[in-house]
Design a protein around this ligand. Sequence first.
Ligand code: ATP
Ligand code: MG
Length: 443
Amino acid sequence: MRLSRYFLPILKETPKEAEIVSHRLMLRAGMIRQQSAGIYSWLPLGHRVLRKIERIVEEEQARAGAIQMLMPTLQSADLWRESGRYDAYGKEMLRITDRHERDMLYGPTNEEMITDIFRSYVRSYKDLPLNLYHIQWKFRDEVRPRFGVMRGREFLMKDAYSFDLTQDQAVESYNRMFVSYLRTYKRMGLTAIPMKAETGPIGGDLSHEFIVLAETGESEVYCHRDFLDKATPGIDTDFDGDLTPIVRDWTSLYAATEDVVDKAEFEASVPEDKRIVARGIEVGQTFYFGTKYSEPMGAKVATAEGTEEPVHMGSYGIGVSRLLGAIIEASHDDAGIIWPIEVAPFHVGLINMRPGDDLTDPVCEDLYARLEASGIEVLYDDTSKSAGAKFASMDLIGLPFQVVAGPRGLKDGLLEVKDRKTGEKEMLTVDATIARLQAALTL
Ligand code: ATP
Ligand code: MG
């Protein structure tokens, strides 16, 4: 992408309304624009990161056997009356009346709708287990939308729903999502710790919140330090096999949010030098809630014995849009964002120090074409801004690598390659630059 033809509205001033670093950096880097309290437009750079996060979520959901679909944002209130949640949900639910005076709502979550879909088509235990998910915008009329995309009113969520005949099978489905979440967050460069959690309006009796430690997090958490260097389940994880040992391993260390913490148990089970009491960001939550929705809504299947049983269900959310904030909170410095490679909006920022110059132009064009041809995404700064402004913008938007083509280096045929994370700089030939980037980006 040529910067001269892109839309990247970088802000020079730090926006006053932004209280935390990720919100500040997202506004300054031209990633999002607030349209109303807690409602954002995703500008091109922000949208690219959002799509990359979605793709990782999709790949990991598929690996764990979940099937993607798409449900609408607007729902009929009648479904929610069946489960009893229409009155129970409170002011967070945005209620709408259509022209025929029918009560509608902008979905804050989709347990009712998916249960309705299930009961309309699935009749037999032979069709289980089933896990259906979508990635769709949700609306919750939060009292205090703040921190940018971290606590929005409209936000993008991945929500999966599992259906099983028995509780034991439902726990297996739960474990698949649990392990898949560990992998999902790790690929985004995050260490998310599964913590015992309250089930809230979704309900149920088995639940974990996946929490990334960060000072600006809204929850207080209590956990064992060893979580920080636990090895994440690998790509070779067999999701059809028994995942109990992995889940047991990840739940054997103490971890709980403030809502459910038992301080005596925390102190008894975690040695003093291993105790973490910190703040964290909830990036996802898993629930097993049995027949809470299937029973009142009549989602039943025939068993092998010829009886009919309500299915056991679970639901599994990931805060897709919140993750951008969480990743930035975890990975930035004074100059700006430092994107982990897997979610970076582009892999490389190529800076032409003298656009229009006979020496720099052909080298940049050649490098740009060759990198793009090998699958490396390049943001090519071919604008005539000052060198200082170009460097500052590249640091701010945080692409993993920067390549600087200036007359001084190019006299000797060399480019400067900078690793955004370490700040390390190397002078390399064009061929060596390509080899270096290909190796680092493992494409
Ligand atoms: P919170 O406690 O932060 O209000 P929640 O527990 O109500 O969230 P869930 O119903 O568990 O949220 O939703 C699944 C995920 O969606 C959460 O783990 C979180 O990452 C994300 N999420 C929830 N509310 C918001 C919001 N207002 N803005 C952005 N993301 C959100
Ligand atoms: Mg939650």
